[in-house]
Each structure stands twice: as C-alpha cells, then as structure tokens.
Design a binder for this molecule. Structure first.
Ligand code: ADP
Length: 300
C-alpha cells in the first residue's frame, strides 16, 4: 500500500502544484485523473523520488519513500511522460543495456529476461527493429517493458495514452491491466476512459488538490439521479449555461446535447440519465474552478 500524507509543493515562481495531498493507494490500478496543470506529474515525480516536496510524507509498505530513495528505486518502475529512447538501437539492444544498468550481469539471464519482457509487451515480432521507427503505441509498450525490469512492486506511468490511436490505446490498456493484478500501478491521465476502463481506485485532482477519491463505480453511484440531459439549439447554449449547472455540452447533428448535474429534475425539458465517470469528473472540476474564482473575487 502506498500512503501519501499532507504532501505540498510550491514552485519558486509561486505555483502551488500540490496542496496538502492525502491519498491511500492499494494494490491494483490506481487512476490519477486531472486536467493539464493539475499537479499530476509533480505528484508522480515526487513518488518516483525525482523531486522533493516542501512538506509531507510518502510510505510504501514499510519504506519511507522520501528518506530512503535507494530502497524505492530498487522496487520502482517508472514510465515518464516524455520517454526518450536511442532511435538507432533496437528494442533488444536497448533493453539489454537497461538490464545491465539494473545490475543483471549474467548474459544468458539478461537474454532470457529481455525475451520474456518483449513477449509480455507484444514487441517480440519487432524486437530487431530500430526504436526510432516504432509507432507511438510501440514506444509506450517498450516504455513499460523497461519499467518492468527488476520485478518492480510499484509502477508509475505518467500520461501513457496521450497521442495513441484507439487500437494502440486498447492494447496498452490490456497490458497495464495484466500488470496491475499483482502490484501497485499509479496511472496519471487526463482521459476519463483510461480510468473508467482500467482502474479499481481513483482520485480526481485539480490545482494541486484532491477533489474526490474512491472506487470509480462507487463514485458514479453517488451521482445517480442527479444527471439530466436535453437537446437544444446552439444559440440557446449561453442561456442554459447561465441558468443550469451545465457540466458538459457537445454537438450532435447540428444541435447541442447538454448535460446538467442537479439534485432534482431541473425545470425544463430534461430527461434523467445514468451518470458516467465523465459527468462526475466535469462536475468536480467545474465546482472547484467556481469556488476558486469566488475565493479570488473575495481576496481581490
Ligand atoms: P500535470 O501533470 O497535471 O499537467 P504538473 O505537475 O506538470 O501538472 O504541473 C502543475 C503546475 O505546476 C502547473 O501549473 C505547472 O505549470 C506548474 N509547474 C510544473 N513544473 C514546474 C516547474 N518546474 N516550475 C514552475 N512551475 C511548474
């Protein structure tokens, strides 16, 4: 279990990237969901021992993460947002090199390990191709292969599906869900489906704060009976945004489908809809933005 307590980080320019973050992350896939700039990467880099917080603590089972970085690095697999590879090396060559860096000195052992990882990540067919020629999805799967070296107990993946096409994303999801069965995998993303498809636990963060956390199914359940939908003309949208708690609007056949979060059926032509994680996410972000604005207005 990964436990994050009271973690804060303010960058020298004054940006409060993390504000007293508390999270308990059990074994399995954990989704950290938030828009760009929410603080996800800052949190991921801090857990991965690449960056210091201003205050707070992190423990992984018995390891004090911030004070015992060596122990963390021995059991950590990290796939950063920008994963650089040597474009001229093949997957086999590069993985072999990483395995050597991990201290696996025996050539035969390395060879067997590299083969197993390439098979697990479905890259065995393209193992002798240069990494520079890999597609985005292949590169991400290669990133997972290197993160899996040395049997990590904790895997951190930062925005892994950004830029993948649907088929590649699907393949990547399958790979992650297999890995997530036995260890802690923390996945940061701004894509709601990544979390609803994969994660047994999640948190929504914005402006460095945890807005809500829990089992996605439970979180969705709490919004039952509160999501309402209607179809309107484009020109009516500003008026709806003014009158209702509009959480999303999307064009459909030249008209606009509007979703509203409200305890009761709002006055007007609305139908009750089953809530989705996207509804919960948009509502959480919207309320947070609104209260931040109200706070700014009172302090200004
Ligand atoms: P996310 O990964 O959710 O997009 P980040 O953790 O990258 O969020 O960023 C959180 C906030 O901190 C953003 O406002 C970002 O601009 C700011 N930030 C990130 N890194 C730095 C840095 N090195 N110096 C100053 N501000 C930073």
């Amino acid at each position: 279990m990964l436990k994050i307590s009271n973690l804060s980080k303010t960058y020298p320019n004054g940006t409060k990237a993390l504000q007293e973050v508390n999270l308990e992350i059990p074994k399995g896939m954990f989704g950290l969901l938030g828009p760009n700039g929410a603080g996800k990467s800052t949190l991921m880099r801090t857990i991965s021992t690449l960056q210091e917080p201003d205050q707070g603590s992190i423990s992984l089972d018995e390891i004090d993460v911030l004070n015992d970085k060596r122990s963390v690095r021995e059991i950590l697999g990290y796939l950063p947002q920008e994963f650089g590879v040597y474009p001229k090396l093949t997957a086999v060559e590069m993985l072999d090199h990483f395995a050597m860096l991990k201290g696996i000195k025996d050539r035969k052992e390395r060879k067997a390990l590299v083969k197993a990882l390439l098979e697990q990540t479905n890259l065995y067919q393209v193992r002798n191709r240069k990494l520079g020629g890999y597609s985005g999805g292949m590169k991400q799967r290669f990133g997972i292969a290197q993160a899996l070296l040395g049997n990590p107990k904790l895997i951190i993946v930062d925005e892994p599906t950004a830029g993948l096409d649907p088929a590649e994303r699907h393949r990547f999801h399958n790979l992650l869900s297999e890995i997530g069965e036995n260890i802690v995998v923390v996945l940061s993303t701004h894509i709601v489906e990544d979390v609803s498809d994969l994660c047994s636990n999640m948190a929504i963060i914005n402006k460095g704060q945890v807005l809500l956390a829990g089992d996605p199914m439970e979180v969705i359940k709490q919004a039952e009976g509160k999501v309402w939908q209607t179809v309107i003309e484009k020109s009516e949208l500003p008026q709806y945004q003014e009158s209702y708690n509009v959480i999303s609007s999307r064009l459909y056949g030249g008209q606009v489908i509007v979703r509203v979060m409200n305890e009761q059926n709002p006055a007007g032509q609305f139908t009750a809809e089953a809530p989705t994680l996207e509804d919960v996410y948009f509502n959480a972000i919207k309320s947070n933005e609104a209260s931040a604005q109200a706070k700014e207005a009172t302090t200004a």
